[in-house]
Design a protein. Structure first.
Length: 498
C-alpha cells in the first residue's frame, strides 16, 4: 500500500510539474504572439516584415440646401516621430485567461521607410532621416470629384451626421527588419514587442484659410503602436498588427488594458469624426461637442424673367457669371447645373471663376424666360457678379433683385446707373459695385438668388394716334386745300370759255 501511495504521489508531482511547465511556455508564447482577438486592434492576416499602415482623415461636409458637393481642396501635413515613452504598457489576457503585460517602447524612426498619401504622392523619408527627428507625410483632398452627401449648413453648435464626410488616408510603411537591426550591421538592436510612434498634424493656418476648411478643436496628435514578434527562424522581427490611439492626458505614456470598456474608446482609425467629439453611443451622430474639421458651402441661382406683352419669352439672352473669393485660393471644386446638365468646375488658384473663360460642354450660359443656372457647393466667402447682354434689336428696361432686394444696375460704360436701366442692342447690364457693394453668397437654409428681369411693354394705341395727330392734320389740310384749288380752277376755266 505504501508503494501504491508513493507511485500516486510521484504521478501527481509529475503532473503538477508538467502543468507548470506548460503554463510558463504558454505565457512566453502569449508575450511573443498574443492570441486574443482584441490585441492588437488591427491584426494582419499574415505576419509581415514590411507593413503599410493606413492613417485616415475625415472632413465633415455642409451645404446650405444639403445638396451633394465635391470634397474641398486641401493638403494636410503630418510629422511622424518616435514617441517619448517612459512608462506605458499593454495589458491583456492569453488563451488561458492569464494576464499578459507588454512594455511599450519608443518607435524606431529608421523603420519608417515610406509614406504615401491619398493623392499617390510619396513624402520624403530616408533622405532626411539623419538630419531630422521626424518623417513628413501628407493627406491630399480635392482629387476625388465624386459628389458627396452633406449636412445642412447652419450655425454651430449643430447636429452632424458623420456619414456626410470626405475621407482620405496616408499609408505609413514600417519595416520590422529595421527595428531589429536598426543600423543594418547584422547585429540585433531591438527585441520583439510594441513600438509606439507619434503622429502630429502640422497643417498651417494659411493652408486652412486657402481651402475654406475650418479647423476644429480636436487634438492634433495621435499615436501608432506597431506590434512585432520573432519570425519563425528567430533571426528577425515581423509585424503582426497595429493599434492607433487617441491622445489622452497621459500622452505618449498612455497604458491600455484591453477588454475594459473604459479603454476601448481610445482605439481609433486616425483623425476621424468618431474620434473627434463626445460620442453618445451612436457612431453615426455626433452631438454639438464635435470638434473635428468641417467645410461649409453655399449655392446661388441666376434666373431670367421677362415682362411686358412685347418681351420675347423665347429669346435666350447671353449671361456672364463671375465668382471671386478673397481667401479661398486652393482651386476649390463646385458644380454648375442648368436644369439639364450637371457639370463640375473649379475656382482658380487666384480664387476666381468666369463663365466666359470656361468651356462646359452643353452649358452655354444663355437664359430665356424662366431659365436658371445654379452654382452648387461654393466655399464660404464667395462673391458673385452677373452681367446680361441685350443682343436683340429692341431696347429693354432691365432690373435686378438679389435675395429679394432690388439692386442697382450699371451699363457697360457706366453712363446709366439705377434700379432700372434701358439697354439697347449690344449694351450690357451688370450688378452695380460702384459704391463698394459686394454680393456674398451666404444664405444658411436656401440658395442665394439673382433674378434679372427684362421689360418691353406694349405701345398704347391712344398714344400712337396722339403722336401722329399733327401729321394727320397737316396731311388732311393739304388735301383739303388742294381740293379747293382744283375746284376753283375748274370754275375759273369754265368762266373763261367762249
Amino acid at each position: 500500500m505504501k508503494t501504491n501511495f508513493m507511485n500516486k504521489a510521484f504521478a501527481l508531482l509529475t503532473s503538477v510539474i508538467t502543468a507548470s511547465a506548460m503554463t510558463a511556455s504558454m505565457s512566453v508564447f502569449a508575450v511573443d504572439s498574443p492570441t486574443i482577438d482584441s490585441l492588437p486592434a488591427h491584426k494582419l492576416e499574415t505576419s509581415q516584415t514590411v507593413a503599410d499602415i493606413p492613417i485616415k482623415k475625415d472632413i465633415l461636409l455642409f451645404n446650405s440646401e444639403q445638396k451633394r458637393i465635391p470634397e474641398p481642396s486641401i493638403v494636410y501635413e503630418y510629422q511622424i516621430s518616435s514617441a517619448n515613452v517612459t512608462d506605458a504598457s499593454i495589458s491583456t489576457k492569453d488563451s488561458d485567461d492569464a494576464t499578459v503585460v507588454l512594455a511599450v517602447r519608443p518607435g524606431v524612426l529608421e523603420a519608417v521607410t515610406k509614406i504615401t498619401d491619398s493623392g499617390d504622392v510619396e513624402a520624403p523619408t530616408e533622405e532626411n532621416q539623419e538630419e531630422e527627428d521626424f518623417r513628413t507625410g501628407t493627406i491630399t483632398f480635392g482629387n476625388d470629384h465624386t459628389l458627396k452627401l452633406t449636412n445642412r449648413a447652419n450655425n454651430v453648435p449643430y447636429i452632424s451626421n458623420t456619414d456626410y464626410k470626405a475621407t482620405k488616408q496616408m499609408n505609413i510603411t514600417v519595416d520590422a527588419s529595421k527595428i531589429y537591426d536598426t543600423d543594418n550591421d547584422g547585429e540585433a538592436d531591438n527585441e520583439p514587442g510594441v513600438y509606439r510612434y507619434k503622429i502630429t498634424e502640422v497643417t498651417s493656418d494659411a493652408t486652412y484659410i486657402a481651402s475654406g476648411v475650418t479647423e476644429g478643436e480636436a487634438g492634433d496628435t495621435i499615436f501608432l503602436d506597431v506590434y512585432t514578434k520573432y519570425n519563425e527562424a528567430k533571426d528577425n522581427l515581423v509585424i503582426y498588427g497595429y493599434v492607433l490611439l487617441k491622445s489622452t492626458e497621459d500622452g505618449a505614456n498612455t497604458s491600455i488594458t484591453y477588454n475594459e470598456e473604459a479603454e476601448e474608446g481610445v482605439k481609433i482609425d486616425g483623425f476621424v469624426t468618431t474620434a473627434e467629439g463626445d460620442d453618445n453611443g451612436d457612431n453615426t451622430i455626433i452631438p454639438a461637442e464635435f470638434k473635428g474639421d468641417y467645410y461649409k458651402t453655399y449655392n446661388v441661382d441666376v434666373k431670367e424673367l421677362v415682362a411686358g406683352d412685347l418681351a420675347d419669352r423665347l429669346h435666350e439672352f447671353p449671361f456672364r457669371i463671375q465668382l471671386s473669393n478673397d481667401t479661398v485660393t486652393s482651386g476649390s471644386n463646385f458644380s454648375v447645373n442648368d436644369g439639364a446638365i450637371h457639370a463640375l468646375t473649379n475656382l482658380t488658384t487666384a480664387g476666381k471663376w468666369d463663365s466666359d473663360a470656361v468651356n462646359i460642354e452643353g452649358i452655354d450660359f444663355k437664359l430665356k424666360y424662366g431659365d436658371m443656372i445654379s452654382l452648387i457647393g461654393l466655399p464660404a466667402g464667395t462673391k458673385i457678379m452677373v452681367t446680361e447682354t441685350n443682343d436683340t434689336e429692341d431696347v429693354y428696361s432691365v432690373s435686378a433683385v438679389f435675395n429679394d432686394t432690388a439692386k442697382n444696375l450699371v451699363n457697360n460704360d457706366a453712363t446709366k446707373i439705377g434700379s432700372s436701366i434701358s439697354i439697347p442692342k449690344n449694351d450690357t447690364a451688370s450688378l452695380d459695385t460702384s459704391n463698394n457693394t459686394s454680393y456674398p453668397i451666404t444664405m444658411e437654409l436656401t440658395s442665394d438668388k439673382v433674378i434679372i428681369t427684362n421689360t418691353l411693354r406694349d405701345v398704347s394705341v391712344t398714344g400712337l394716334l396722339f403722336d401722329i395727330a399733327p401729321f394727320l392734320f397737316i396731311t388732311s389740310a393739304g388735301i383739303f386745300l388742294f381740293t379747293l384749288y382744283l375746284r376753283n380752277k375748274k370754275e375759273t376755266d369754265a368762266d373763261n370759255m367762249i
